[in-house]
Design a protein around this ligand. Structure first.
Ligand code: PLP
Length: 381
């Protein structure tokens, strides 16, 4: 890890000027293979599934931002999580939150189960439930915080402690907070995973994933499986994420400021019955969030008094907020989880209210966001 602070590391770590040309920006090494001077003698790169210099730059930068030693970049967040699943063997068990990301739920239930890996899902805000679930001896405890779409806050340090008593591996999906607001390795996690598609990329223009760990053994096993199975990102996509990461700090500060303004506005609105934002003092996870996060993020969820009909009407009436899946871009997005992101969670323990809207609050001018929500709520009620 370098001597610099977060914002400086985001711009410089892994990205010194190109030694051959002086290019200030990391080149896109659009090559599949590398010249060797003698058989098996090369400059550290032989084939781009195994390694590529643009990818190395991104991996070094992301490891630094998570205060970790080793980084690996993947083709998507799900490719990263799938590769972590290769650490498991038939007979192993996974413990996850009951509102784990839908794609992760699908991987655990529809794919890993066929390979003899069972999963249990509990409300991890309740530490006594986590503790009793540890009796089934999960090999891997996977957590997300804040969660999606109810933005529950899980106590990473306490859950990691409980899991480590039973020698379980603790993996934290840090996609919603980003390393600018939360650094799970410092709180006791063994592995951090990201969908870089979201805040790290930050501009809704790339799909990618990443894993960071301090364990050489875990890193080497993951790297072996990544190379063997092939879930790698291309050099251009790595460059796009690297470019996004440079502005992560300023973007996250604005996302959080705007999200707080939106949450406060929605809470005071007559058409809304409930607002979830970890930065509101009455959010059930506010105290834990204050301890383990440097900021409360850019995601806000709210419940419409008029139920599903009202939620759909608001979703169709916004002009600045774009109705779309995903999150973490500079533009504000609106999601109706019951019919969009959470519609395919058949058999999931998570019940999503029809009247729920999830907002990925962007970095536009806050007043334009509030005006847009005001006109959409007026038209819908
Ligand atoms: C989007 C997302 C993923 C999956 O990432 P992809 O890049 O879409 O494969 C995993 N976890 C969380 C929390 C996400 O939001």
């Amino acid at each position: 890890m370098s001597r610099w602070r977060f914002e400086t590391r985001a711009i410089h770590d892994g990205q010194p000027p190109d030694p051959t040309t002086g290019a200030v920006m990391t080149p896109i090494y659009q090559t599949s293979t590398y010249a060797q001077s003698e058989p098996a003698v090369h400059k550290g790169y032989d084939y781009s599934r195994t390694a590529n210099p643009t990818r190395t730059a991104l991996e070094t930068c992301l490891a630094s931002l998570e205060e970790g030693t080793y980084g690996l970049a993947f083709a998507s967040g799900m490719a990263a999580i799938t590769t972590i699943a290769y650490l498991l063997n038939p007979g192993d068990r996974v413990l996850a939150p009951d509102d784990v990301y839908g794609g992760t739920y699908r991987l655990l239930v529809q794919i890993l189960q066929r390979y003899g890996i069972a999963s249990s899902f509990v409300d991890m805000t309740d530490l006594t439930r986590v503790e009793s679930a540890m009796a089934a001896r999960p090999r891997l405890v996977l957590l997300e915080t804040p969660t999606n779409p109810y933005l529950k806050i899980l106590d990473i340090a306490r859950i990691a402690e409980l899991a480590h008593v039973h020698d379980a591996l603790v993996v934290v999906d840090n996609t919603f907070a980003s390393p600018y607001f939360q650094q799970p390795l410092a709180l006791g996690a063994d592995v951090v995973v990201h969908s870089t598609t979201k805040y790290l990329g930050g501009h809704s223009d790339v799909v990618g994933g990443a894993v960071v760990t301090n364990s050489k053994e875990i890193h080497e096993t993951l790297k072996f499986h990544q190379n063997a199975a092939g879930a790698i990102p291309g050099p251009f996509d790595c460059w796009v994420v690297l470019r996004g990461v440079k502005t992560l700090g300023v973007r996250m500060d604005r996302h959080a400021a705007n999200a707080l303004a939106v949450a406060q506005f929605l809470r005071g609105h007559r058409a809304i019955s409930r607002v979830w934002y970890p930065g509101l003092p009455d959010h059930p996870g506010h105290d834990v969030a204050r301890q383990q996060m440097k900021g409360f993020g850019g995601m806000v969820s709210c419940l419409l008094k008029g139920g599903g009909r009202a939620a759909r009407a608001v979703a169709a009436a916004t002009r600045v907020f774009i109705l779309a899946e995903s999150l973490g871009g500079v533009e504000s997005l609106l999601d109706h989880p019951a019919s969009m992101t959470h519609s395919s969670l058949e058999g999931s323990p998570l019940q999503v209210d029809e009247g729920l809207l999830r907002l990925s609050v962007g970095i536009e001018h806050a007043q334009d966001l509030l005006d847009d929500l005001a006109q959409a709520l007026d038209r819908a009620s």
